[in-house]
Design a protein around this ligand. Structure first.
Ligand code: SF4
Length: 260
């Protein structure tokens, strides 16, 4: 790696936590895009919310902003409106943007802000030691649901597709090479990019074995401009978890409309 994106901050994620794999994938993504002349490091703003994921901004030698819980998206939108030349990349968790700040996510997808959001989806609130989030499966036993959650989880891909997001994808944290490919495509996309990153919490909800036989990459030849087909793929999970780019279309962005 030619760019030094490390900081002196001590990494305090649990040893072996897949958050570290996301950090590696992102550092390599930025390094490769900068080397290829597609990105300038000084133009990147790495934003984060609150949760285990939120520590990532401390570990990146880039301009950064750490928001209040669930409020990373409005912070990103504000930065982009103030200086549209910047590339705004946000990290969030399912507790942060799919539970606490869910309304911001829906409105951002609807208005197609030109910002990129990577969700560290570990299906619970991990920083607070294991409470159910909107992504926890039915039956999940945690601090707030000791007898098992009685609710079905939301499907974030379906939610984003039906809310108007123009780039919707999912990857698995442990697959660094494919995560880099998805991150690069998300950053290249003009408009709102939503990437769900399955990131098992190995301390409070270790789903590594569960996902091992369930994740699969969709055929890259499937067109990514067909909303109905994308909805069909992400709805029909059948016990399996599809990964890949499901939807990728161009549309006027919020900032372009604002500029008018
Ligand atoms: Fe990772 Fe879970 Fe530890 Fe948080 S609590 S650092 S998500 S393993």
């Amino acid at each position: 790696m030619s760019l030094n994106l490390s900081t002196t901050a001590k990494i305090t994620w649990c040893p072996g936590c897949p958050n570290s794999a996301i950090l590696v994938a992102f550092r390599q993504t930025v390094d490769e895009l900068v080397s290829a002349g597609k990105l300038k490091p000084e133009n990147i703003v790495a934003c984060a919310g609150i949760g285990c994921h939120g520590k990532i901004s401390d570990y990146l030698n880039l301009n950064s902003f750490t928001s209040l819980h669930g409020r990373v998206i409005p912070a990103m939108t504000g930065i982009k409106c103030a200086n549209p030349k910047l590339t705004i990349i946000g990290f969030s968790g399912d507790g942060d943007s799919l539970s606490e700040g869910l309304e911001h996510l829906i409105h951002t997808a609807k208005r197609n802000s030109d910002i990129k959001l990577f969700i560290h989806d570990n299906q619970l609130f991990a920083l607070t030691t294991g409470q159910a989030s909107s992504r926890s499966p039915k039956g999940f036993k945690g601090k707030s649901t000791p007898y098992g959650s009685i609710e079905e989880p939301i499907n974030p891909l379906l939610l984003m597709l039906s809310s108007g997001a123009t780039f919707v994808a999912r990857t698995y944290a442990g697959d660094i090479e494919n995560t880099k490919k998805i991150m690069k495509a998300a950053i290249a996309h003009k408009g709102f990019s939503f990437v769900d990153i399955i990131q098992p919490c190995i301390t409070f909800f270790d789903t590594r074995e569960y996902f091992k036989d369930r994740i699969y990459w969709i055929d890259e030849k499937i067109p990514t401009n067909n909303l109905g087909q994308a909805i069909e793929i992400v709805r029909k999970e059948n016990g399996k978890t599809p990964l890949g780019i499901f939807y990728n279309v161009e549309k006027t962005t919020f900032e372009e409309e604002l500029d008018k």
